[in-house]
Design a protein around this ligand. Structure first.
Ligand SMILES: [Zn+2]
Ligand SMILES: [Zn+2]
Length: 190
């Protein structure tokens, strides 16, 4: 599956956004929200280079959390019709206006968010269209949650054969391998 560069960036952003949700079992933070305040939202915007959103306020935080919940619902469904309806609703509410741009030394790419869009609308438009691309490609099963029992992080499986099971093979995958190895050894010794 060929995924354009900007779609890949938007997918990274939506995964990171989803993984700030308390329900996504953040192993290190328990049930804490990864976006507890406006400062955290500011960090998120800077980390993901979300341009032109101006000063952020409490209402932006509420709106972004709301959009996050809607993305979680899209990730949770296997049904293309349901996903299509949800994505359509999300991007329509965000007032999507596709514009080609090559700002800040990036190659040509499409911005879907409207000029002067709020950060929530920006995320809804660009990440919503990235998920639209996945639905169009018939690749919804790539929107996954980590199979490690105590993790449940969201991720997008971009592996060639769609075989990825863990959010990170270095942490979750490796952790489970070690646990399985120890269990086997114990059995052999017992
Ligand atoms: Zn851009
Ligand atoms: Zn994981």
């Amino acid at each position: 599956m060929l995924i354009p560069h900007d779609t890949r960036i938007a997918l990274d952003t939506v995964v990171d956004l989803l993984n700030t949700a308390p329900a996504n079992g953040r192993p290190e933070g328990g049930q804490a929200d990864g976006l507890p305040d406006v400062a955290a939202l500011h960090d998120f915007a800077r980390r993901h280079r979300i341009s032109g959103v101006g000063e952020l306020h409490e209402k932006d935080l509420r709106a972004v959390r709301d959009v996050r919940t809607r993305f979680a619902t899209i990730f949770a469904t296997d049904d293309a019709q349901t996903a299509a309806t949800l994505v359509n609703g999300l991007v329509a509410a965000a007032g999507t206006t596709p514009q080609l741009s090559n700002h800040d030394g990036y190659d040509w790419h499409v911005h879907y968010f409207a000029p002067d869009a709020s950060i929530a609308d920006h995320l809804a438009a660009d990440c919503g269209m990235a998920l639209a691309f996945i639905v169009v490609a018939g690749e919804q099963e790539r929107l996954r949650h980590c199979e490690a029992p105590d993790c449940r992080h969201a991720f997008v499986d971009l592996s060639r054969n769609r075989s990825r099971r863990y959010c990170s093979s270095r942490t979750c995958g490796n952790r489970l391998h070690v646990a399985a190895y120890r269990a086997r050894r114990k059995e052999a010794a017992g």
